[in-house]
Design a protein around this ligand. Structure first.
Ligand SMILES: Nc1ncnc2c1ncn2[C@@H]1O[C@H](COP(=O)(O)OP(=O)(O)OP(=O)(O)O)[C@@H](O)[C@H]1O
Length: 243
């Protein structure tokens, strides 16, 4: 579902993400971990052609679409519907005066999926139907993330790209969202790409991890192996920094 080769993203000539190889198949989960500024979000955004003013080279295929050469029309067809992005604070991306139910309905209409089952999608992320009556500011960060995942499910997403909340205060919220993703992945054969600071948390769900530092992938491999025997000093530092 996702295949990346020799991806390089530059802002103003500065290389901020250099990813030689990244593959995520249906039913697989891969995590990118690293400190703030290591290039994780840039990598994620470039997979949907969403980096602004960046120079990008390499090959990126998502849901069969060659992202770096695709037309805007082809990109719009995969974005949101087939490949959904779940952001760190989805509330910021939601229109403040629009109830979540209206937003869900509009998104389904836009992508021609009116018949899809909203109740099943909400149930899958453990949200009560009552949330549809609320405005974005009336829900917590974790609920907003789960709503974004429900939206992806209702739209029939095959790939979910999730940028995890990173503040230390959000540990329980992160664990909750990862729990939902873990179940969905098993039930719906989703391809998941997660971005997080927390190597221990992502190791509970990821098959493979990529560790990024200053834009470069310093280590990658099966999650259990990287966690148990980190080869790079930076990975060991990340593990030691955990509470
Ligand atoms: N639009 C942009 N223009 C210029 N530089 C950018 C832009 N977006 C990101 N950068 C730079 O690219 C580098 C990588 O940022 P990125 O957001 O990908 O890191 P990150 O690992 O996801 O960090 P965080 O965990 O804080 O989100 C940073 O030095 C950042 O300042």
């Amino acid at each position: 579902m996702i295949s990346v080769r020799d991806l390089q993203v530059r802002y103003g000539g500065r290389l901020v993400a250099d990813v030689p190889e990244l593959d995520v198949g249906a039913g697989e989960c891969v995590a990118i971990v690293g400190e703030s500024g290591s290039g994780k979000s840039t990598t994620l955004l470039s997979l949907l052609g969403l980096t602004e003013n960046a120079d990008i080279s390499g090959r990126v295929r998502v849901c069969g679409v060659d992202v770096l050469t695709a037309s805007q029309k082809a990109l719009r067809e995969i974005r949101g519907a087939r490949a959904a992005l779940v952001m760190q604070s989805p509330q910021a991306a939601l229109s403040p005066a629009t109830r979540l139910g209206t937003l869900m309905r509009r998104a389904l209409t836009l992508h021609g999926r009116q018949g899809n089952d909203v109740d099943a999608a909400l149930e899958a992320v453990v949200l009560d139907r009552e949330i549809l009556r609320r405005y974005p500011h009336e829900v917590s960060g974790g609920q907003a993330q789960r709503f974004a995942i429900a939206l992806a499910i209702a739209l029939g997403a095959e790939v979910i790209l999730a940028d995890e909340p990173t503040s230390a205060l959000d540990v329980t919220v992160q664990a909750e969202v990862v729990g939902v993703l873990r179940r969905l992945r098993a039930e719906r054969d989703l391809a998941l790409l997660l971005v997080s600071h927390d190597l221990a948390l992502v190791s509970t769900i990821a098959d493979r991890v990529l560790v990024m530092k200053d834009g470069a992938v310093v280590e990658s491999g099966p999650a259990a192996e990287v966690l148990a025997r980190p080869a790079h000093p930076y990975t060991r530092e990340l593990l030691e920094a955990l509470p």
